[in-house]
Design a protein around this ligand. Sequence first.
Ligand code: TLP
Length: 343
Amino acid sequence: MEIIDFRSDTVTTPTPEMREAMYYSKVGDDVYEEDPTVTELEQLGATLLGKEAGLFLPSGTMGNQVAVMSWTKRGNEVILEAESHMYYFEVGGLAVLSGVQVRTVKGERGVMNPEEVERAIRPSNIHFPETALICLENTHNRGGGKVVPLDNMRAIYEVAKKYNLPVHLDGARIFNASIYLGLEASELAKYTDSVMFCLSKGLSAPIGSLLVGSSPFIKIARKYRKMLGGGMRQVGVIASAGVVALKTMINRLKEDHDNAKLLAEGLQEIPYLKVDPSEVETNMVILKVVGSNISANALEQTLNQEGIFCNATSSSTIRLVTHKDINRQQILRSIDIFKGLKF
Ligand code: TLP
């Protein structure tokens, strides 16, 4: 049976060009900063985002956590969106690794109101923790791949600067946002002090993320990466795939967005589901399961048996993510499979 895997864009496999680059990559010991391919990738990533320096990390989670460790000290407070990946999906790392307290602001599909962000900043008071950092996420994962508009990022950045606070962006899928907006990623990154973005999602590299920011910030982050055991050796072997990802895979993301839209349009007529194609901005489709005799978990299992892999994201919602390894024909086939199920 053919498997169509909508669980995440993390399931993408490397392209032949990536495998070839990996095979021939020039390497050195990156803890000594002697791996030329890692240096190339870090510089390329920093330049694309309009920042001074970059740091290659094994995962997006480590990139976000290292950023918070670098910006904060124990007992500080960090402002985050209530459904953000850093708060929701990073195993409580902010509390354990940085020793910070989290203050969440509920957004509209992940988009926070700048005035509410401003109200969440602590005034000076002997009883209060000190606010040390504001975090954004673009595109927003639990917001269903929602793009945070540029104006919103700018407004929050202006609030942050009024209080002399840094802004970190979880830009795991920042290129999906930039493609949707028709803007360079550096335009979005202007309203941030550090950005983490992933090479191993829609860009299809097998491993890796980059953290970018000012040179002094990256110097601190490099040390925390080492502390977490993320100092790697001849890692040009995988950084080379990241270089190919950044050079060849960004514009292709538009296909994933078109496929997600096609999927949502095809699924909107199905009686046991509710889906709004106008909400699909990038590569995610969120289905609300409305059939009275089926839960999201049960539907996930049923689809699994039909060769469609997906993730239930709550008791009534399912997330489908489009990516390089799902083509238009497979989208159409998936719609037929959904239509064939009766509840
Ligand atoms: N997201 C994964 C899961 O962790 C949920 C997915 O399948 O979407 N920031 C954002 C916005 C993310 O979506 C993810 C991964 C990360 C950070 C973490 O990246 P990794 O998986 O490389 O640690």
